[in-house]
Every structure is written in C-alpha cells, then in structure tokens.
Ligand binder design. Structure first.
Ligand code: FES
Length: 121
C-alpha cells in the first residue's frame, strides 16, 4: 500500500475536476461535494481527457463527449454507460488528499482495425 499526496483538499473545489501529476502518473481528482474520487485521466469510452470533457453535478461525473456517466458515491453506471470507472483509493488527512497508488490504472480500448492487426501476425 503506497499512499501518495495528490494536493491540498482546497485546491479542487466542489463539483470540479483537476488533473495532477503524481510521480509521473496522471491522476484526475474529482470533488463531488461529499468526497473525492481519484481516477485515470481519460474516459473509458474513447479516451477523452476528462479534465476537459468531465463535468460533476449531484455526485454524478459525466463525460460530455457521449454522455457516459457514473455515480461517484456508488460508482454505479448511469444510462447507456458500458464500462465502470476505475478508481484509486483516496483519503483526506490534515487537509491533504492522498491516493493509494500501487500502479497505473488503465482501460482496454477496442481497436477498430483488428483485421489489420491479424493480417500482420
Ligand atoms: S469519450 Fe467519454 S463518453 Fe465517449
């Protein structure tokens, strides 16, 4: 278990997202009003940077690109969302937000050119 400091809690206001570099790892910190979530910085749908496309309201993070959304309290998928959000464990201690980082969390993306890949095998 490796707890790493991301930032001061006050640096990310309620209902906002902010991207941080933690030891060379990009982490998106989301303040949803009732707590924080630390997640990979890209949307699990089509790799949109959530620092630009992510909005937070009523504890829901929505990627405005195609409206995939997640409840940040329960991590339940909303509407047509097809993939869960991966999260780093977070805690707030002495006014700082820390994340438990064992390694980089990533998503698998379908490649549309599977045929081409097979061709070259
Ligand atoms: S890229 Fe985020 S919903 Fe499609």
């Amino acid at each position: 278990m490796t707890w790493k400091r991301i930032c001061d809690a006050a640096e990310v206001p309620e209902n906002s997202v902010r991207q941080f570099d933690v030891d060379g790892l990009s982490i998106l910190l989301v303040n949803y009003g009732e707590g924080f979530r630390a997640v990979p910085p890209i949307c699990p749908h089509m790799e949109e940077p959530l620092v630009e496309s992510g909005v937070v309201a009523r504890c829901i993070l929505t990627c405005t690109k195609h409206l995939w959304a997640w409840d940040l309290k329960t991590l339940e998928l909303q509407g047509e969302t097809e993939k869960p959000l991966k999260t780093y464990e977070v805690k707030v201690e002495n006014g700082a937000v820390l994340a438990n980082i064992e390694g980089e969390l990533t998503y698998e993306f379908d490649t549309e050119d599977d045929m081409d890949d097979d061709f070259f095998k």
